[in-house]
Design a protein around this ligand. Structure first.
Ligand SMILES: [Zn+2]
Length: 284
């Protein structure tokens, strides 16, 4: 058995798939996966990112970073394959296909300084889920867990984000695990963040993301009662027409060149992929 097939057969997850490295042949294989997945996506991808920029050497949570070149390459691919950037509410409507939504959680400064100008230039609008009681600070809710805290936008910077044509959503006041609070405390975190953002920026806030992706049915009820129209989770998966708008799946994008749904597509259909790779690379 040759090397490529054995790599495919032993692949158990993203680490080993990404572990192909960047040699010419490996990059061609990765490109093949990507092209196929983009061309045949069965649903609408909802992307989740946090910090934008090069991965610091001492970062212990690399999944929170996407580099500027990686982000640009990814967005170019979506555009080249005819995907249209929409707000989360459009992902579940029946008559839309080949849509994607771009989201950033927590409102890191680098989403304004690095990602926003790039996306504006490409005509792509994104949503930033904000934590208003932590504006201008860092992600202190991750104290002890994140070795490289990131600065969050302040009010002036969020105004700049909006002026560039991007959107904002609510992500609670202080980023707690909502399941650990009483219902009235959880309600205050949800309703309070929506109201504060609306007061500060003079626009309706309709979209919400669960801090850490943690939620249960009573939390979903609170989000619905607050007058929000969508809620984003961290459950991976493509969004299908008719999905529950209060449990939207998202794919995390990190510094690697391919998105997770490409890997999922591969793992669902390993034989098809092996045949495809064999045809493409071995019978030449
Ligand atoms: Zn968050």
């Amino acid at each position: 058995m040759n090397r490529t097939c054995s790599l495919l057969q032993t692949d158990k997850g993203s680490a080993s798939l990404y572990g192909f490295g960047r040699s010419g042949l490996n990059m061609r294989i990765v490109t093949l996966f990507e092209e196929q997945a983009f061309a045949s996506a069965n649903g609408n991808p909802f992307l989740m990112m946090h910090k934008v920029g090069d991965l610091p050497k001492d970062a212990n949570r690399p999944q929170l970073y996407v580099s500027a070149p990686s982000l640009r390459r990814l967005l170019v691919k979506f555009r080249r394959h005819g995907f249209q950037a929409v707000l989360p509410s459009a992902l579940t409507t029946g008559n839309l296909s080949k849509c994607f939504a771009v989201s950033f959680d927590d409102g890191y400064e680098t989403t304004l300084t690095i990602a926003a100008p790039m996306m504006t230039e490409m005509g792509i609008s994104a949503i930033n889920y904000l934590v208003p009681d932590r504006f201008g600070q860092t992600n202190i809710w991750d104290r002890g867990r994140d070795s490289t805290p990131g600065r969050l936008m302040d009010r002036g910077q969020v105004k700049e984000w909006l002026a560039l044509g991007h959107e904002i959503g609510a992500h609670t006041l202080t980023h707690p695990d909502l399941r650990s609070l009483s219902l009235s405390e959880a309600r205050e975190e949800i309703v309070g963040s929506k109201k504060k953002l609306e007061d500060w920026f003079g626009r309706e806030v309709r979209h919400f993301a669960f801090p850490y992706g943690y939620y249960d049915n009573s939390i979903v009820e609170l989000v619905l009662d607050a007058g929000l129209t969508t809620a984003a989770t961290t459950v991976p998966g493509l969004v299908q027409a008719g999905d529950d708008p209060f449990r939207l799946k998202r794919y995390n994008v990190d510094g690697k060149s391919i998105v997770q749904w490409v890997r999922d597509d591969l793992l669902k259909q390993p034989r098809l992929w092996q045949a495809k790779v064999r045809r493409t690379f071995m019978q030449r």
